[in-house]
Ligand binder design. Structure first.
Ligand code: SF4
Length: 495
């Protein structure tokens, strides 16, 4: 039987779990994941920008077939010294293309570009595999490096790509891994020869199902487990879940007498025995007693740029671009609604956001949020970026009340929350079958990352721009309306 064709991404999948390769070949329909266009786009933009670190370069088009790419690479290799991007090579059915290849007269240097801010072990496997392929076809590989994002760099008026990227020389580590690469490739080939389409390998669930990446075949590999099971316990560390799984404690019945965190036992108990809601009126009253009119129910949406677009920001900094604000000025007053949605090309987006918020929340009432850490951190960052706005940001933070606390502390808990205190779980648990509070009823945007991607997409002025803006406003408005309803629910259950 032919040896398995490996690419660097297939090789890296096999480092995680060799079953991934078998399942991708014979049962790909069970591993389909929603492609996240914005992640791919981020990777593409970072890759393109990093190429500029090396001066003029010649590109091997990735949309050509493999033979043409290899042929073109061979030609470009003759023109040394030069820089070749996407240079493509094959050795004994092991294929790779190198993001940036420095082709000197005395050898080559490999540069693998990552849009991450840290070097992960899997990146080292990736570069070591490239080193293996290139050195085995006879190239003198002088250096093997990773180019990744420096998230300490604060962008000035102009972007300085030399500061934005870190380059780490991994040659020694990669060299030390060469025997391991050969062994792994042999094992992969043997494994695929032993297991044809009729001979499915056994799944061995373990930590590697989520490390370094959540495996797309998780649902398939766990299809025969009882429901709910140890992996449905909210907040339990993966290492503990796998330990229990290995001990044969899988179903909630298996786990109900285990020596585990009381919160996990409570989730199990509520779900196994259909318990009635638990409500600690004193704890909820202490939140209500702390509120002062006007009540400002506010929620931010934010996005992150791998390549910082705004002066004074870092890579992947959370950039607040939108808020929704429901206001109740005094007892029994009508609910008012205000909102802000920034322009994606506003160079002062963060300041515009903050100034609008200051105008909309002029008085010293309670600033009510759900998950205080997020909004409070954004306010702190705004204050650091714009010292003149700091007193107002500090004021908001000092007046902040977190509606999530009773749910996090299990002072208010129902079995439908399934151990979680996320608003997306809490809301349907408190208001089942209420279409007005159902995120799935919204068009286009149903969760935070979709909002962030939608905002980022506005930069390209898409034809559906108006529809996206409407969806963003509707989504964020539901977040704060939901908070008003939760507050009303607190009053109702404590009466
Ligand atoms: S879910 Fe786990 S066992 Fe199944 S293929 Fe993925 S990593 Fe392997």
């Amino acid at each position: 039987m032919d040896k398995t064709f490996l690419s660097k991404s297939r090789y890296c999948s096999c480092v995680q779990c060799v079953n991934i390769l078998w399942l991708s070949k014979y049962k790909p329909e069970f591993g389909e994941v929603e492609s996240n266009d914005s992640t791919l786009e981020t990777g593409r933009k970072v890759g393109e920008l990093a190429k500029c670190l090396f001066g003029d370069y010649k590109d091997v088009p990735v949309d050509e077939n493999i033979n043409k790419r290899i042929e073109k690479t061979e030609k470009l290799l003759q023109e040394k010294p030069n820089i070749i991007t996407e240079a493509s090579f094959i050795y004994d059915n092991n294929f790779c293309s190198v993001d940036v290849l420095k082709n000197d007269s005395d050898g080559v240097e490999i540069y693998e570009v990552k849009s991450s801010t840290k070097i992960k072990d899997i990146y080292i496997d990736d570069v070591a595999y490239q080193y293996f392929v290139l050195s085995n076809i006879g190239l003198n590989v002088k250096k093997a490096c990773i180019v990744y994002i420096n998230n300490e760099y604060i962008r000035g008026k102009e972007l300085d790509i030399n500061q934005l990227f870190n380059i780490e020389d991994l040659t020694d580590i990669v060299l030390a891994k060469q025997n391991e690469i050969r062994d792994n490739i042999n094992k992969i080939n043997e494994f695929m020869q032993e297991h044809d389409s009729d001979n499915q390998p056994e799944s061995h669930l373990g930590k590697n199902c989520f490390d370094p990446y959540p495996c797309a075949f998780w649902d398939y590999c766990t299809r025969d487990l009882p429901k709910p099971n140890v992996f449905d316990i909210s907040g339990m560390w993966k290492s503990v879940q796998f330990r229990k799984y290995d001990e044969g404690k899988v179903s909630f019945e298996d786990l109900e007498n285990e020596d585990i965190n009381p919160k996990y036992l409570e989730q199990i108990d509520f779900e196994l025995y259909e318990r009635e809601p638990k409500i600690n009126k004193d704890a909820i009253n202490s939140i209500l007693d702390n509120l002062n009119y006007p009540l400002y129910f506010i929620d931010y949406e934010s996005c992150q740029y791998a390549i910082p677009e705004l002066e004074g920001t870092k890579a992947y900094q959370q950039i607040p671009f939108q808020y929704s604000l429901h206001i109740i000025k005094e007892e029994c007053a009508e609910i008012e609604h205000k909102e802000f949605l920034g322009e994606s090309n506003d160079d002062n987006l963060i300041r515009t956001f903050a100034e609008s918020m200051i105008r909309d929340m002029p008085e010293d009432g309670s600033v009510i949020v759900y998950n205080k850490a997020f909004e409070a951190t954004r306010n702190k960052e705004i204050g650091e970026m714009y010292p003149d706005l700091k007193p107002e940001m500090d004021r908001f933070n000092a007046n902040m009340v977190d509606l999530m606390v009773p749910f996090r502390n299990r002072d208010y808990y129902t079995k439908e929350m399934e151990g979680s205190y996320s608003i997306k779980k809490v809301l349907p648990a408190l208001f089942p079958n209420d279409p007005e509070l159902d995120y799935s009823e919204l068009s286009l945007i149903h969760k935070g990352d979709e909002a962030s991607n939608a905002f980022l997409s506005l930069k390209d002025n898409p034809p559906e721009k108006e529809e996206i803006i409407r969806a963003l406003l509707e989504y964020c408005k539901l977040d704060t309306y939901a908070m008003v309803k939760i507050w009303e629910k607190f009053i109702e259950v404590t009466e």
